[in-house]
Design a protein around this ligand. Structure first.
Ligand code: DON
Length: 581
């Protein structure tokens, strides 16, 4: 214990030189769980924290907190700013999920602003006459998009739970689009990599490349005048401008010019849905995560319930035993995902059964320690006995204890690649999260059921999983990540590393990750694990594959006294920033 304290003391004096002495003293006195075992260091704040994939957006969020805004105000401003600074995933033309925790009522609401299938969408819309999938239409066309929910989602939380005006929180994003952003290494290399795709559409080419077709160099200024126009319409006309007004006009005329199927009525009819989050508990903490049509929350709780049957902390992070148990739990959860998930407004979902402790006990009992069960031996579970009882994420918390976690997406990097002519924003290709046919895996190799096939007005099943973990009713840990099918397992490992292995959030984020999604039957492993442990996994029958970096967690932890933030180093450009008056 003494050694632990010394480590914590050394870590603090090295990592937070700019923090006043009283803050250091306070940190030590609080003896926070996350200062133990400190190899990596989170950022510290005293009155709130913002963690996002883009430094400029994070700074805007902290500025809003400084001006007296709450976490909701800051989250809306960050979401709009990311649409300008992180065009590959931040968006106006996509959708996603948020959890909003309201300190005063001790209540967490799940905000579903996922895209809906247009009214003219139908099950077979992406199959050609020969029964083949028309990839271009499916992924990269005006037909690839669901009705965007982002603007409605942000508008909704601000009206319901914010304190600032819509115009105030739109203004910073508007200015960034009008005055320009300095092109970072991240943005320059990303736009270079996506050039062939983005230049197919003239409005996209004009938005992201110079008039002569050349690329922006690092350090140059990218101005987005059409996007600035859209943000100005939004600032002055509210969300109505997007769904009924001048922006809607531009969306629909672009759709009409390019064989899109989205109609004016589709836009006007878009609705945000408030849902109850999925709830579970682990190691004495309350876990709240996004409910369906996200699959993530249910399966996070399901996997935590399974892990509860094993001494994970004792087995140790990175041990073959701990990795084996987690991989087996992942397979079981993803097998269920393939069968049971759909839009809860169209199909009945067995949420209670999937998240029940009795079902997890049965699944846990089937895990063998010395042998990886081949996925072919695993099928979606029989739930009948349990009837009774490029995406981006950011996390924001304020000094009152309000918190917002938002994961939203265009689906692929830069979505469908389609910028709406004259409106400057990219459209999503989240129609790709529907199941085309139960025997056709999605872009992430995930299998789905008929319950997730395309139907007008339906929302596609998603892996996006914003999470809030509460301790004694107060937000303790906020997290989320991009990564397609790897989102759920990335989040799981962050929770296990913090709650079970008592790592600080920096350590918990940096440590290498594994991923198994049932099908295909292979265990993906990031670099950095002990070769001995990997060999033991292979001996047990896991088909181990070296994998590139998974996910990009943006995490905030509040220990009751201080706020800690950490942005995953796996993707460049992110920043966590604490608010200290
Ligand atoms: O909702 C989903 O599950 C996907 N549209 C997420 C896509 C994604 O995370 C891609 N980014 N890394």
């Amino acid at each position: 214990m003494r050694l632990m304290c010394m480590i914590a003391l050394t870590a603090l004096s090295v990592s937070v030189a700019a923090v006043p002495v009283d803050a250091q003293a306070e940190a030590l006195e609080a003896a926070p769980i996350n200062e133990y075992n400190a190899i990596n260091h989170p950022v510290i704040g005293r009155n709130g924290m913002v963690a996002s994939q883009n430094a400029a957006a994070t700074t805007i969020g902290v500025d809003i907190l400084r001006q007296g805004g709450n976490a909701i105000d800051a989250a809306v401003a960050v979401g709009l700013a990311l649409a300008v600074t992180l065009p590959r995933a931040g968006n106006l033309g996509g959708g996603g999920f948020m959890l909003v925790h309201l300190a005063e009522d001790n209540r967490t609401v799940a905000i579903d602003f996922r895209e809906t299938a247009p009214s003219l969408a139908h099950r077979d819309m992406y199959f050609d006459a020969e029964g083949q999938v028309d990839e271009a239409a499916y992924r990269f066309s005006h037909k690839s998009s669901g009705i965007p929910g982002t603007v409605a989602g942000l508008d909704h939380i601000l009206r319901e739970y914010g304190t600032m005006s819509w115009a105030e929180v739109v203004e910073p994003a508007f200015q960034l689009a009008r005055d320009g952003i300095v092109v970072t290494d991240d943005l320059a290399s990303n736009l270079r990599a996506s050039k062939a795709r983005l230049t197919q559409n003239p409005a996209s080419a004009a938005a992201f490349y110079k008039a002569d077709g050349s690329e922006y160099e690092v350090g140059e200024v990218l101005r987005q005048p059409d996007l600035a126009w859209s943000l100005e319409q939004l600032r002055d006309g509210g969300a109505d401008a997007f769904y009924r007004g001048a922006i809607a006009d531009r969306i629909i005329s672009d759709m009409e010019a390019h064989n899109g199927i989205m109609t004016r009525e589709d836009l006007a009819g878009y609705r945000v849905i408030e849902r109850d989050p999925v709830e579970g508990s682990y190691q004495g903490f309350d876990v709240r995560a996004m409910s369906a049509p996200s699959s993530g929350g249910m399966h996070i709780v399901q996997m935590l319930n399974i892990l509860d049957h094993f001494p994970i902390a004792e087995l140790g992070y990175g041990s073959a035993d701990a990795m084996h148990v987690m991989a087996e739990a992942m397979k079981l959860a993803y097998a269920d995902r393939s069968k049971y998930l759909g839009d809860p407004d169209f199909v009945d979902l067995p949420v209670r059964q999937l998240t029940s402790r009795a079902y997890a006990a049965e699944l846990a009992a089937g895990i063998e320690m010395e042998r990886a069960r081949p996925s072919s031996e695993i099928a979606p579970g029989d739930l009948s006995p349990y009837e009774s009882p490029e995406t981006t994420h950011y996390s924001v918390m304020d000094s009152e204890g309000n918190a917002v976690v938002n994961t939203y997406t265009l689906m692929f990097s830069y979505g469908s690649g389609v910028v709406i002519d004259g409106a400057g924003f990219l459209m999503n290709n989240n129609m790709g999260n529907f199941t085309l046919r139960p025997d056709i895996p999605d872009a992430f190799g995930l299998m789905g059921s008929a319950d997730n096939q395309i139907a007008a007005g339906r929302r596609p099943v998603s892996s996006m999983t914003p999470i809030i973990v509460l301790r004694d009713g107060v937000p303790f840990l906020l997290t989320g990540s991009p990564g397609g099918s790897r989102i759920i397992t990335t989040n799981l490992q962050l929770l296990v590393n913090v709650l079970e292995h008592e790592m600080n959030i920096a350590d918990a984020t940096v440590r290498p990750r594994i991923h198994h999604q049932w099908q295909p039957d292979r265990l993906e492993v990031e670099s950095g694990f002990s070769p001995d442990a990997v060999r033991m996994l292979i001996q047990r029958g896991h088909d181990v594959r070296a994998a590139s970096a998974m996910g990009s967690l943006q995490t905030v932890l509040f220990d009751g006294a201080l706020f800690y933030g950490f942005s995953d180093p796996r993707r460049p450009g992110a920043m966590s920033l604490g608010f200290r008056p």
